[in-house]
Design a binder for this molecule. Structure first.
Ligand code: RBF
Length: 157
């Protein structure tokens, strides 16, 4: 749950330094009901912390597998300080589950290390839709919100 992670930034206070930052949020369209909820969580969190609307860019990709490439396109832009990747891979519906999850996790990590910019892994990898829903604004919080807090923390705010 978001509140239990002490390493994450305090999400109650506005962070003045964020007004100068720019963040891109890459959202996968697969399981769109879930990923839209993750996007809302990330967007609301950045706005609450004081990031101007026009400093938050949204990029949409077809599926989670496409997240690393779009993240790389964003991270390679001079004026982008950090990227948040949001997706949802559900095991019950995906025989390729392990391949996709591994490729996406590795790809996102690579983009982050290569660009030296924070790139958050906000990708749900769950056994079923119920587990995904509980992590997209349900009992287990909203992982989009946590991904936003993570990049804010990594940017030093
Ligand atoms: N993308 C997701 O973001 N979540 C999924 O659960 C998901 N399941 C998939 C299942 C199969 C069998 C295939 C072929 C693709 C799936 N994708 C999923 C799409 C994937 O991320 C990517 O968009 C496509 O494979 C095209 O590169």
């Amino acid at each position: 749950m978001a509140g239990t992670h002490t390493a994450l930034s305090d999400n109650r206070k506005t962070k003045p330094g964020l007004a100068k930052r720019r963040i891109s949020i890459v959202v996968a369209e697969w399981n769109a009901d879930i990923t839209e909820a993750l996007f809302e969580g990330a967007w609301e969190t950045l706005r609450k912390l004081g990031m101007p609307k026009d400093h938050i860019k949204r990029v949409t990709v077809p599926g989670s597998f496409e997240l690393p490439l779009a993240a790389q396109w964003e991270a390679s832009k001079k004026d982008v300080d950090a990227v948040i990747c949001l997706g949802c891979v559900i095991q019950g519906e995906t025989a390729h589950f392990d391949y996709i999850c591994q490729a996406v996790a590795y790809g996102i990590m690579r983009v982050s290390l290569k660009s030296s910019k924070p790139v958050a892994f906000g990708v749900l990898t769950t056994l079923d839709k119920k587990q995904a829903l509980s992590r997209a604004g349900g009992a287990h919080g909203n992982k989009g919100e946590e991904a936003a807090l993570t990049v804010v923390s990594m940017l030093g705010h």
